[in-house]
Design a protein around this ligand. Structure first.
Ligand SMILES: Cc1ncc(COP(=O)(O)O)c(C=O)c1O
Length: 435
């Protein structure tokens, strides 16, 4: 059984993606009868919205290849989705794909230049940029929210790069983000757009968590509103509707000639790599992106549930001395235990890899260490995907969706206590644990 979390590929993109690898480690542990709290995989894991199952069943007989960019109905639905979010969109600006992950890769490939990334960020951006033959350039996030490189640090870094003759092409923004579960305020987004515009960068805005603001409503300023001429937006249904395995993603390209050029180069990659989103999934996309009441109601309940559980997890991490941004959207908490370094060191925990490894080996808790997310490997940080608290069975998951405060449910509380006691044991000062 492989359980080695210290391992990471020698360079981005040369080994299995760490979250998928961790997922397999957890499956393996469970197969060997080891009880495991899986907080290392950003899968929403909720019961299927029944209407989606009906739409899929109705489209199952459609076995033909769909158009590369997507069917007219699906593209119109995605365009409408963006229009309802203050982004005028023609269906010609839309491309659908089997997940936003391949779409992001195709966009990076089509951009053809180095890419600035927030650090920490989702573990696949850097490998994707590297696989597209370009350099991922991490730039630290600021203090109170994640998802974008701190604009002042980015501006300084661009200045240095230009002096060295480097010509970067793009900057990634991910709001609300993985891994801090926060949303970028409008002013900061505006400042980032100014920096990107001054440097001639394209903004790649990954908005896959946009519909999961815990307090509901649309509280987010997309860079596509603030810098429409240079922003590509990627989104998908994996997180908001918990259908990651169905692989439905979409992108919105800027209007105008340069946006059309980037779309066409992205389509060229798509046509050579995945051809098209599967036809039955085009029907699902056409239904879901049109946002009928069954969908908006699910979004509302999911966001409420993720908020309750994420806040509870945040409180636990803070109570053990971690610095962690307060989560307001999505389903992640990013905790940094630097303040407990001396206590952790007594347990052999000296960096994010050994922290994640001890949580798994001693307490059966799987988290993703910050070293996999572009953070300084010495930092005592990890990401919690809070969906792991929600439950394993459809009954547990439905109860969590229905509850006004999911964190108060007995099965959720039991898992929260699991993390709580593990952190207590791992950070216990010597007077406690030598007695
Ligand atoms: C920030 C972010 N972007 C994109 C994805 C990919 O989602 P999908 O390919 O399922 O659309 C993920 C999944 O974990 C994610 O966290």
């Amino acid at each position: 059984m492989t359980t080695d979390l210290l391992w990471s590929p020698p360079c981005p993109g040369t080994g299995m993606s760490p979250n998928l690898r961790l997922n397999e480690i957890v499956t393996d542990r469970r197969r060997h009868g080891l009880d495991t709290l899986h907080l290392g995989f950003g899968e929403a894991r909720l019961p299927l919205v029944p209407e989606l199952e009906e739409v899929l069943a109705g489209a199952a007989a459609d076995t033909a290849y769909a158009p590369v960019a997507g069917t007219p109905a699906a593209r119109e639905a995605v365009a409408g989705y963006f229009r309802r979010r203050r982004l005028p969109t023609h269906p010609a600006q839309v491309v659908l794909a089997p997940g936003s992950k391949p779409l992001l890769f195709a966009v990076f490939t089509a951009l053809g230049g180095d890419v600035y990334l927030p650090a920490p960020c989702w573990n696949s951006y850097a490998p994707q940029v590297a696989l597209s033959g370009r350099a991922p350039v991490p730039v630290p996030i600021g203090g109170t929210y994640g998802g974008l490189p701190d604009p002042a640090l980015l501006e300084r870094r661009i200045g240095e790069d230009l002096r060295r003759g480097v010509r970067p092409a793009a900057v990634v923004v991910n709001s609300p983000d993985n891994p801090t579960g926060t949303s970028v305020p409008r002013e900061a987004m505006r400042e980032l757009c100014r920096v990107a515009r001054d440097a001639g960068l394209t903004l790649v805005s990954d908005e896959i968590y946009r519909d999961l603001h815990h307090e509901g409503g649309d509280r987010f300023a997309s860079p596509a509103e603030l810098a429409p001429e240079r922003t590509v937006v990627c989104t998908g249904l994996s997180k908001s509707l918990a259908i990651g395995g169905w692989r439905i993603g979409g992108a919105r390209f800027p209007a105008g000639a340069s946006g059309a050029g980037l779309r066409d180069r992205t389509l060229a990659v798509a046509s050579e790599v995945w051809s098209a989103l599967a036809a039955p999934m085009q029907a699902v996309a056409a239904y879901a992106f049109a946002e009928p009441p069954a969908i908006t109601e699910r979004l509302r309940r999911s966001a409420r549930m993720h908020g309750s559980v994420s806040r509870a997890c945040h409180t636990i991490c803070r109570s053990h001395g971690a610095a962690a941004r307060r989560p307001t959207a999505g389903f992640y908490v990013y905790a940094d235990f630097e303040a407990r370094r001396r206590d952790l060191a007594r347990h052999g925990v000296v960096d994010s890899a050994s922290l994640a490894q001890q949580l798994l080996d001693r307490f059966g808790i799987a988290v993703l260490g910050g070293h996999h997310l572009g953070d300084d490997p010495r930092r005592l940080a990890f990401k919690v995907a809070t969906t792991g608290f929600v439950g394993e069975t459809p009954e547990e998951q439905s109860a969590a969706l229905d509850a006004a405060d999911a964190a108060g449910l007995p099965h959720v509380r039991r898992r929260l206590r699991w993390l709580d006691s593990a952190l207590a044991a791992l950070t216990a000062p010597p007077t406690d644990w030598t007695r």
